[in-house]
Structures are given as C-alpha cells and as structure tokens.
Design a protein around this ligand. Structure first.
Ligand SMILES: *[C@@H]1O[C@H](CO)[C@@H](O)[C@H](O)[C@H]1NC(C)=O
Ligand SMILES: *[C@@H]1O[C@H](CO)[C@@H](O)[C@H](O)[C@H]1NC(C)=O
Ligand SMILES: *[C@@H]1O[C@H](CO)[C@@H](O)[C@H](O)[C@H]1NC(C)=O
Ligand SMILES: *[C@@H]1O[C@H](CO)[C@@H](O)[C@H](O)[C@H]1NC(C)=O
Length: 523
C-alpha cells in the first residue's frame, strides 16, 4: 500500500536503537495468564546498544518529507523466531502496516549489511523444516519513507515468546532497502497484497493469534513507556489497567475512503502549555484525521498547526540535520496537549522533551551549534502533502488500545515507569475500563499523492559552524542563558500553506495548497 509505514528511514542510531526484548511471559503475567487465558503479554526491554554497525548508517536527511521521516533513529523492535528450529529476529513493531516480513540470507540488504542482518536476523529457508513457499515473487511492499521490499510469501512457524503460531504467512525479502524486518499489526485489509490481488488477503499475525486461540478479540494494547525508560510492553487481547492514568476513553476509528485500513482518529485540538500551564499556543475546533502509527518515530501535522509551534519553540531547519533544537529543550517542563474526538474525548499531554532526541554524526559524536550547545533533533514536523501521522514521539505518552474487531481506539495518559500490572481480557464489544465513547468529531482522509518537501522552515547554513540557535518565543521554562550570544536565528518561515475553510452545513473542506486535500466532516 502506498501509505503503509514504517515511516522511519534506514538510519538507526546505535545509541538510540531500542530493542524490545520479548522475554518469556513474566511471573506476574503468568498468573494473569491463568486467570485470563486469552491474553498474551510480552514484556520488552529497551536496550541502547553501543558500537553496533548501525551507528554509521544514520545519516543525512534529504529534503523531502518522506526522507525527513527517517530523521529520528528510534525503532521499536520486537524479538521473535521464525522456522523450525527457530531462527531469531528483531523486527519493527508497526501499527501502520499489516504485513510481517523478514530478510532472506540471500537478500541484497543482508549482502550489503552483513552485520545488521547478523544482529537483527536473516532467514535461511534451507535450515528450516517447516518452510513452505506459498507465493514466489508475489510479496512486495513499499513504505512511506521510500523503502521498498520484494520477495516471496512463505508459510512458517512463528514464535513470539511462548506463543507459537503455525503456518503464519510471512513476506520473505530478497530485495529490501532496509536490513531488518517489520511486524505490521494493522488491519488485514491494509495488507500490501490488497493493491494487486484483493482476493489474496491472508490472516496476519494478530488475526492468526485469534484464529489459533491465543486471544479472543482482535485487539492489543501498546505501552511504549518513557523515552528514557528500559521497559515497555505489548499485550495482545487485553488491557493493563495499571499502565495508564484515569480512564480509557474510546474513540471510533475513522475510515479512509470508506473502509477501515488505518488507525485514524479525529484530532480536535492542539495546545502548547508552559510549566505553569499558561497557554502559549492553541488551536481548537480542529477535525484532523491523525493516523496512530508506531512505525513512525515523529509526529506530523499540517503546516497551519505546526508552523506556529516550530516558530514558538525556535526550531531550526538545517541542511544537514533537518529540524533541530538545542538539547537543553529536552529538559523543558513545557507540554503539548492533544485532544481527540471533541467534547468528552481524551486529552494526552506530551512533554516537550519527547520531541527532542540526540543526533549523532558519522563518527558517533554529537554535533553542536556554533556556540557549543549540543544539537538535538526535533520530532514534530510538517505533514506536507502526506498523511497526518502521530508516531512514537506522541505514542509514548498515550496508552493506546487498538481494537480491530470493534473499530475503536481506547486512549489514556501513560503511567510512565509503573511496575504494577492489572491485565484484563478484551472479549466483548467494549474495551474494559473505558469510560466514554467520544464521537463528537469525525475526520476522514482522502489524501493522495507523494509527499513533497514543503519548505516549512528556512534552511540555515550548510555546516554546524554556521548554525545558530533558534530563539523560542514560547516560554519553555528552560534557562535561556547564553541566548544573547547565539545571535539571530533564522527561524521558521511563515506558514506556506493556506487553509481555505469552506463550511457548508456539516461539512468542512480544508484544502491544502500543495495539492492534497483533507475532507473533514463534523457533526
Ligand atoms: C532479542 O534479540 C537480541 C538480538 O538478537 C538479543 O541480543 C537479545 O538477547 C534478545 N532478547 C531476548 C530477551 O531474547
Ligand atoms: C499457508 O497458510 C495459510 C494460513 O494459515 C493457509 O490458509 C494456507 O493454506 C497455507 N498454504 C500452504 C500452501 O500451506
Ligand atoms: C522513567 O525511567 C527512566 C529511566 O530510569 C527515567 O529516565 C525517566 O525519567 C522516568 N520517567 C518518569 C516519568 O519518571
Ligand atoms: C482514496 O481514493 C482515491 C480515489 O480512488 C485515491 O486517489 C486515493 O489515493 C485514496 N486515498 C487513500 C488514502 O487511499
């Protein structure tokens, strides 16, 4: 599918690559397991491996929105084995696509980056007794970040922790522009085969978990946890009510072109608050279709919303490093607040620091502004003509239940770093513990076209030596000492996108200047 994710690029920083180790179901989950057998939980550990060969892969962004998507180097990887005996893999967990694939030992990607494939897994069909090739040359998928993968479909035994799935259809990549696979856990209808052979849809990993009796509803919950924490979890078939604050609030999944293919929800307001809660910026009465996508590292919003924020935060768009800020902002207690579904919908508060992550040059050093301050990447950007995406930068702060059976999303503020657990199975038409069904605002998207650079921000300088700080105009509650010497920052330009709002009765048509169009329906 043209708009499948993951929307990260190939570059993974060794320092920020987060490996989610699926350990065997832990003692605590095991007891839950007995009480509630149709829940499969995987604890993972995030690991920050150093000096891996991936360190030098991270590099420079190109001037397209698609390429910008790679600018952060965090991927959420889940461990599994494929085959008999099991061959180990770490693959990227992706709510924004629906196919699972792994690289073959014979793939170009593994020939070019042997070490990555040794670390993250490569499949040798001759070493598996359960290998069945079910579609020679039929697998192909391309992601929004420009990466493309082709190969065969195979049926294989797939094990995640103690959960052993038989005859899982898996894409086996022979040609891939990235050296590690993806576990897409989206709707079956969004599988890449739908584009060429709608009758070829198959039961993906989530569907097989249900078919083979591990879960009773097509649903799972994702707790990415804090940016700097070492633990997190995905729970198939259940909700862990200890992992969030307050109540889960349910939102309807919005359709795309009339069908359920992505986890799109309606974003109704965006605000920036300083440490005392004073509003620095606010846009309300929005009805933006936002895709919740764990395969995307950053967040992407239309220029009309994002440009005032970029300006207020003092984000610089650098030729080499893309959207950057001083790493000091990672310590800012300011927050961004996102509300969904209109009145009664959930509001998620995201610390400004969630959008601030280190960047490294090819030698693994952190580049600096010309005054010596460390440069960090900024993770809230223009969606340009592409879809509006909320990736990990947002998702860490939200505990999200993805209910594919009832086409609804449950959302609540993440309870960071908790060690408590209280797992409840999802078995009926409602998400346990969810309070309100918010549906005051609907937004469906009809975007089309290839993402392009929107030039939301001016380029300043070609090397670090010429880059100056941005000067935040928001109160971000961080020490601004030294700003004076930083000189005039060439900050973000004015919004380049004009928003034309034509409100006709219940329908608001928002037309973006770059050719994409978003049809917003409100009631
Ligand atoms: C996950 O995979 C990585 C890479 O192979 C490995 O180092 C790690 O030990 C694995 N973790 C678990 C819990 O199996
Ligand atoms: C491959 O697996 C799918 C799903 O389990 C099954 O329907 C299909 O018959 C299998 N194909 C072969 C050739 O085994
Ligand atoms: C969670 O734990 C990490 C790692 O110990 C720590 O850096 C972070 O500040 C913690 N987050 C919260 C919200 O306490
Ligand atoms: C929706 O359908 C139109 C017309 O078929 C197509 O051009 C567009 O790409 C589709 N949008 C998405 C997001 O699939």
């Amino acid at each position: 599918m043209p708009f499948s994710s993951p929307r990260i690029l190939l570059g993974l920083s060794a320092l920020t690559l987060l490996l989610f180790h699926v350990s065997d179901v832990t003692a605590s989950l095991f007891s839950v397991h007995k009480r509630s057998p149709k829940v499969v939980g995987f604890d993972f550990k995030k690991q920050v491996p150093r000096n891996t060969p991936l360190a030098n892969r991270l590099r420079k962004r190109q001037k397209t929105v698609a390429a910008n998507i790679d600018n952060e180097q965090i991927a959420y990887l889940i461990n599994m084995t494929v085959g008999t005996p099991g061959q180990p893999f770490s693959v990227q967990l992706d709510t924004g696509s629906s196919d699972i694939w792994i690289p073959s030992t014979e793939s170009d990607a593994c020939r070019e980056d042997e070490q990555a494939c040794q670390t993250l897994g490569q499949y040798d069909s001759s070493a598996s007794s359960s290998y069945v090739d079910v579609g020679v040359g039929q697998f192909q998928i391309s992601y929004e970040d420009g990466s493309a993968v082709t190969g065969d479909y195979i049926n294989e035994t797939l094990a995640i922790g103690n959960t052993v799935i038989k005859r899982q259809t898996v894409g086996l990549a022979f040609e891939a522009t990235r050296p590690f696979g993806v576990m897409g856990i989206g709707y079956v209808a969004d599988e890449s085969i739908a584009a060429t052979n709608p009758n070829g849809l198959y039961q993906n990993v989530v569907a097989q978990m249900k078919d083979q009796g591990f879960i009773s509803t097509l649903a799972y919950s994702l707790w990415l946890n804090d940016l700097n924490s070492l633990t997190g979890s995905i729970l198939f078939g259940g909700v862990d009510t200890a992992k969030y604050h307050g109540n889960l609030v349910v939102l309807p999944v919005q359709t795309t072109n009339g069908s359920y293919t992505d986890f799109t929800v309606a974003l109704s307001s965006v605000s920036v608050l300083d440490c005392s809660g004073a509003v620095q910026f606010s846009q309300t009465n929005l009805a933006l279709p936002v895709i919740l996508d764990s395969g995307t590292t950053d967040a992407y919003l239309p220029d009309s919303v994002v440009n005032p924020i970029l300006g207020g935060v003092g984000v610089i768009n650098d030729k080499d490093y893309g959207a950057i800020v001083s790493c000091d902002l990672a310590n800012s207690p300011a927050t961004l607040s996102f509300s969904f579904g209109g009145n009664g919908g959930p509001t998620i508060s995201v610390g400004l620091g969630e959008f601030v992550t280190p960047v490294y040059d090819e030698e693994g050093n952190q580049p600096t502004f010309k005054d010596g301050d460390t440069i960090c990447s900024w993770g809230l950007m223009s969606s340009g003509t592409g879809p509006i995406l909320f990736g990990d930068a947002f998702l860490r702060s939200a505990y999200v239940v993805y209910d594919l059976t009832n086409n609804q999303i449950g959302m609540a503020q993440t309870n960071f770093n908790t060690t408590d657990t209280n797992v409840v199975e999802i078995s009926g038409s409602s998400i346990p513990g969810a309070s309100i069904t918010a549906s005051a605002v609907m937004a469906s998207q009809t975007f089309s076209g290839i993402p392009q650079e929107t030039n939301a921000a001016t380029k300043t300088g070609t090397t670090q030596a010429t880059v100056a700080h941005g000067s935040p105009t928001f109160n971000l509650c961080v020490s601004q000492t030294g700003n004076a010497k930083k000189g005039a920052a060439s900050a973000v330009g004015p919004p380049r996108i004009e928003i034309t709002s034509v409100t006709t009765g219940l329908v608001l048509l928002l037309s973006l200047a770059f050719g994409s169009s978003v049809v917003l329906l409100r009631w």
